[in-house]
Design a protein around this ligand. Structure first.
Ligand code: GLN
Length: 323
């Protein structure tokens, strides 16, 4: 017979022994997951006896965590922007740094409204927003919750990731405003940004039909905001990554090339051809990407370039406005 306190103590000891980062938090999250409880409950009920079946499930997860599986793969979830996201080994686990990208995007949009003489806080009516390399969908979905009238297009190369992103969009009731498209960066079919949202359409099922509208000048550059957290780790850095990341997160979501920053050139060039005049590009950067990426924002196409540091002081978000 094991109570909550004893189970937790044992789990923490095993994870500490295995050098798991944040071992106490990891043990707590695994126990909460198994018991289907929240944190407050855990500390209010240290004497509660847990069933043998729950104890068994908990210690099984502790062993897997000790062997390197990320906590989020064992619980199937991660919080981002105050929302709970489903995560699987098919998607990058949303990171807190990426919340800076959401903040910068919202600040820049508010500034744009202010400059246009409109109320600063807007629901985003009429805005077309793209999230390139959407993974779990966290960027598009967080922005969709903040901008309840905006429309989105989210791309990813991985159909398995898109399936997770679609489920997350449904969970947060924004799937009717996000169109998910399997493609490389912004190489989506012409007219895709005007097609009906693919509500309920699983990537992998029948190919989506895009209803092409006659292309007019402004439709060639339809977006008000393009946001992306592209794969930006260098393959040459792979050996220095924590095993949780290197051995368990999708390589296609992590690595941008040998150096890491290789994808930004295409991403920026393609964005230039898809953003309206005065529209915004907001990119997450790797810890050493800035010197390679900032020069790609040539003065002929881009203005108001800004860099935002993360809490560790690393230049993390690059934002610019299209002429
Ligand atoms: N857009 C997703 C995120 O920010 C996935 C990014 C990626 O896979 N590189 O978490």
């Amino acid at each position: 017979m094991l109570n909550v306190r004893a189970a937790l103590k044992n789990g923490i000891a095993q994870l500490r022994e295995a050098d798991v980062p944040s071992f106490t938090l990891a043990a707590e999250l695994l126990l909460l997951h198994v018991l289907g409880r929240n944190r407050t409950w855990l500390y209010a009920h240290p004497e509660e006896i847990i069933t043998d079946a729950d104890a068994h499930r908990f210690f099984e997860l502790v062993v897997r965590r000790a062997a390197g599986e990320p906590t989020q793969h064992l619980t199937g979830k991660q919080e981002f922007w105050g929302l709970e996201f489903e995560v699987t080994p098919d998607v990058l686990i949303p990171r807190p740094e990426t919340e800076h990208l959401i903040e910068v995007a919202l600040d820049r949009l508010a500034l744009r409204e202010l400059r246009a003489g409109r109320p600063q806080k807007s629901a985003g009516a009429g805005l077309q927003i793209a999230d390139i390399g959407t993974g779990s969908g966290c960027i598009a979905i967080a922005l969709a919750k903040e901008l309840p009238a905006a429309n989105f297009l989210a791309t990813d190369l991985s159909p398995a990731a898109l399936a997770v992103a679609l489920r997350n969009a449904q969970r947060h009731a924004v799937a009717d405003r996000i169109q998910f498209i399997e493609c490389n960066l912004l190489a989506f079919p012409v007219g895709a940004q005007h097609a009906a949202p693919l509500l309920g359409t699983m990537p992998n099922s029948a190919p989506p039909v895009f209803h092409e509208s006659p292309v007019r000048g402004h439709e060639l550059r339809p977006f008000d905001l393009i946001a992306s957290n592209p794969p930006y780790i260098g393959r040459r850095e792979a050996s220095s990554l924590p095993r949780e990341v290197r051995d368990h997160e999708p390589a296609s979501a992590l690595f941008g090339g040998e150096e890491g920053y290789e994808l930004y050139a295409n991403l920026i060039a393609q964005s230039a051809t898809h953003l309206k005049p005065g529209a915004l590009l907001v990119l997450e950067l790797g810890h050493n990407s800035l010197p390679a990426v900032q020069p790609l924002l040539d003065a002929a196409n881009w203005t108001n370039v800004g860099v935002t540091n993360d809490l560790a002081g690393i230049p993390r978000v690059l934002a610019a406005e299209r002429f």
